[in-house]
Design a protein around this ligand. Sequence first.
Ligand SMILES: Cc1cc2nc3c(=O)[nH]c(=O)nc-3n(C[C@H](O)[C@H](O)[C@H](O)COP(=O)(O)OP(=O)(O)OC[C@H]3O[C@@H](n4cnc5c(N)ncnc54)[C@H](O)[C@@H]3O)c2cc1C
Length: 227
Amino acid sequence: MQLRFIRKQHENGNVWSFFFEPASPFSWKPGQFLYCSLKHNHMDNRGDHRYFTIASAPHEQTIRFTVRYFETASSTFKQKMFSLEPGAGMDVYPPDGSFTIEDYSKKYLCIAGGIGITPFRSQCNNFNHEKAFPDLVLVYGSQTPDPIFSQEFDAYTKTYPRFNVLYRIAPQVINAEFITGHVADYKERLLYVSGPEPMVKTIAPMLQTLGVPKRFIKTDYFPGYTI
Ligand SMILES: Cc1cc2nc3c(=O)[nH]c(=O)nc-3n(C[C@H](O)[C@H](O)[C@H](O)COP(=O)(O)OP(=O)(O)OC[C@H]3O[C@@H](n4cnc5c(N)ncnc54)[C@H](O)[C@@H]3O)c2cc1C
């Protein structure tokens, strides 16, 4: 499968979105990812393949990847992606992943750290498109005071009483005290945790110590980021 690059957009700080169109249409579920291949010269040892969550929702018809980019300090893969011209191709494997929310009768607690917001952006945008939000609390930790996609989430809270977003801006942290203090019914919810690997590996065991069975916790971690 191939994508064609359309444009990139600066979100904030070191976060950028890259928009592509599929060379031929394909379907995916909000929360799924693509395994991407971008051949380039002078490749570093991180290689020419990356997993990226599709941050857009299917109805938007474009494939959006939202990633962190550190200019010259970034991998050669990211530098190549950053230099793409409109019309340039990128090979991808079929959509994959089970970090999806399909049963709207259940209650959810979704916890995102930074760039880990991408699957929840796709899901919430899709719920809004379908005009049907499940009962969902989004806890969103950010290193910056203007978390990406926060305007969209804030707008949804005004329309859907069953949706709530709680921000934790550094130096605030997402810890056991915060969850028990702000999401009283967390044990009745299915838990989804997404973010850089160190964050997910801290939060998921913390939830288990709060009495949430492991089978109720789904994780999606982004390797390659230390914070
Ligand atoms: C299922 C799945 C879905 C994913 N979805 C996404 C997604 O939606 N978005 C996404 O961004 N990633 C996602 N990832 C992770 C992605 O595949 C890459 O591993 C990740 O983006 C890191 O990319 P990179 O190796 O090119 O490193 P780079 O982004 O180039 O660099 C990452 C690391 O380099 C170091 N670094 C270099 N320069 C700096 C600097 N100036 N400041 C701080 N640190 C610096 C840090 O250790 C940093 O964490 C996903 C991974 C999986 C498995």
